[in-house]
Design a protein around this ligand. Structure first.
Ligand code: HEM
Length: 292
């Protein structure tokens, strides 16, 4: 493992230790508030050098960006400055500070070259996207996974008995409860997809969540199956814009699940509040009874 990957792994392990292993978590706990949100936040902030004191800003911006992805960018804020503008301005300043000090955080080793090529403004906007994409999705992976495992105690027992099943639980959550539900494209020229003619600039919405439950591809698609194997699903997209953070997201999901399996003999569902969002599939709150 190279040094970069080792640093990333260490940062994720530290967050899991601080938020799942060390605290006295037992009885009824909202696991989204306790650790499913905070772990990916801490990890992405550490990886791009955002100080802990600014994490609440990231949390507010991410909530707004999720709303924008649901309702449409244009009418979410009218003419007022919106979260994307604020977030971009923050990251442009942040990058300026990093370049001035010359000390790069683990994910931004290539920052000087990036700024040289794209300019500070475009680089700042891209790192704002990375800050959002690099944690909001993983929050939902962790929450959605614990939701399913809490509701099917036999799966929890199977995982406790055989940790080789853990990657299957992570993959199956990504398929069955895909955190990213929609991918949008605007074709550069007229084209046909199957029987469908699409005009230039017409918006195309790809429903990842539906594709991942396609019965022609996945037998009994609504079943959470730890043994489904590695048949590829579309949770991380495909092609030129395929997710660059897949390895990190899977690493965080695996670490959290292993730590939770170590700590709690059973997890029982108490209450779940799903976010009402057409783009992102995830839980606003998930209260479980955690039994050590
Ligand atoms: C469970 C977690 C995650 C899921 C489900 C997910 C899903 C996706 C999907 C579906 C896309 C493709 C979007 C498209 O084609 O338009 C994407 C792109 C992207 N993801 Fe992720 N992602 C996750 C975690 C992460 C993490 C941890 C990072 C960064 C550390 C990240 C960074 C990005 C970036 C920067 C892109 C844009 C790539 C491009 O446009 O070329 N993602 N992700």
């Amino acid at each position: 493992m190279d040094n970069g990957m080792a640093a990333i792994r260490a940062m994720a392990a530290q967050a899991v230790e601080k938020l799942v292993v060390a605290p006295d978590l037992a009885g009824s706990v909202d696991v989204v508030a306790a650790f499913a949100r905070a772990i990916p936040e801490r990890v992405i902030c550490g990886l791009i050098g955002v100080p802990n004191k600014d994490m609440p800003l990231l949390r507010d911006w991410s909530a707004s960006v999720s709303t924008i992805l649901d309702t449409g960018y244009d009418d979410a804020f009218g003419t007022k400055p919106n979260a994307v503008d604020e977030m971009s301005a923050y990251f442009i300043d942040h990058l300026r500070g990093l370049l001035a000090h010359g000390l790069m955080p683990p994910l931004l080793g290539g920052l000087p070259a990036l700024v040289e090529t794209l300019g500070l403004t475009t680089a700042g906007r891209n790192i704002a996207l990375l800050a959002f994409a690099g944690h909001e999705t993983t929050v939902h992976l962790i929450g959605n996974m614990l939701f399913h495992l809490a509701n099917q105690p036999a799966l929890w027992s199977a995982l406790r008995a055989d940790r080789r099943l853990v990657p299957g639980a992570v993959a199956e959550t990504l398929r069955l409860e895909s955190p990213v539900q929609k991918i949008c494209r605007w074709p550069l020229e007229r084209m046909s997809i199957g029987d469908c003619e699409v005009e230039r600039d017409e918006s195309i919405v790809l429903h990842v969540g539906a594709a991942n439950r396609d019965p022609d591809r996945f037998a009994d698609p609504s079943r959470f199956d730890l043994h489904r194997g590695s048949r590829q699903n579309l949770a991380f997209g495909r092609g030129a814009h395929v997710c660059i953070g897949r390895a990190l997201a899977e690493m965080e999901g695996t670490m959290v699940l292993n730590a939770a399996l170590d700590r709690w003999t059973t997890i029982e569902p108490v209450a779940a509040i799903w976010a009402d969002n057409s783009s992102m599939r995830g839980l606003k709150a998930l209260t479980l009874r955690l039994v050590p």
